[in-house]
Design a protein around this ligand. Structure first.
Ligand code: PEP
Length: 256
């Protein structure tokens, strides 16, 4: 049985006041929630502040981050390393988000290097994959997600997916309010798991596959009721304590 993981990607949103308010609210909302890992990924600058607040809440929340570099130190201006993230208490690190693939031209191979470096440093990669609207309409979803996963398998080997997380995020559903249907998401998730199973059934059986793309309290339960949807990567709805907590509670309820 896979334990669900619900992760909030705050993206480029935050201030010291906002972090305090959101995490105080979340600490209260999730205090009694069991059976789900609830992860937050604030902007890197606020991870340290968030760590203090997570501790005050009894460490019910898990700390994550939105990106990493592929070096631990040196002349890499502006970057943040796995060692630094670990030093601040972050464990679950998003890589390959479509916004980074698009705005920072991150290739499948570069994302695979990040995956490998996170594993080397004992951190949990949250590998985002997913197709564009045009690729979806052209029937290329399976080809795109296979290519993105294969880049990691080729670089790191299939065993690297042990303990890792995949977030299937159709790009057209991110921040648009136009979520994939639960049925369509389940179909792609089952395909992803079967694709991994071609290399290792054991790895496929344990890997967490989250859905991401306009997940809200209103539609969350329908996703989690599907056997291959093990949680969610949540953007907009993770910026409000009550809506993010409602999504986490839905995951706990569906997978209990
Ligand atoms: C995301 O940024 O990963 C995401 C899924 O955003 P949203 O929930 O706002 O669609």
């Amino acid at each position: 049985m896979r334990r669900p993981v619900v992760m909030g990607n705050w993206k480029l949103n935050g201030s010291k006041a906002m972090v305090t308010e959101l995490l105080n609210g979340l600490n209260t909302e999730v205090a009694a929630v069991e059976g789900v890992d609830i992860v937050i990924a604030p902007p890197a600058l606020y991870i340290d502040q968030a760590a203090g607040l997570v501790k005050e809440g009894g460490n019910k929340l898990i700390l994550g981050a939105q990106n990493t570099d592929i070096h631990n130190s040196g002349a890499f201006t502006g970057d943040v390393s796995p060692e630094m993230l670990k030093d601040l208490g972050a464990s679950h690190i998003i890589i390959g988000h479509s916004e980074r693939r698009e705005y920072h031209e991150e290739s499948d191979e570069f994302v695979a290097k990040k995956f490998a470096f996170l594993k080397e440093n004992g951190l949990t990669p949250v590998l985002c994959i997913g197709e564009s609207e045009a690729q979806n309409e052209a029937g290329e979803t399976e080809a795109v997600v296979s290519r993105q996963i294969d880049a990691v398998i080729n670089h790191c080997g299939i065993e690297a997916f042990n303990g890792a997380i995949i977030a299937y995020e159709p790009i057209w559903a991110i921040g648009t309010g136009k979520a994939a249907t639960a049925e369509d998401a389940q179909r792609v998730h089952a395909f992803i798991r079967a694709h991994i199973a071609k290399h290792s059934k054991d790895v496929a059986e344990q890997v967490i596959i989250q859905y991401g793309g306009s997940v809200k309290p209103e539609n969350a339960l329908a996703y989690f009721q599907n056997p291959d949807i093990d949680g969610a990567l949540v953007g907009g709805a993770s910026l409000k304590a009550d809506s993010f907590a409602a999504i986490a509670k839905a995951a706990a309820e569906a997978k209990a």
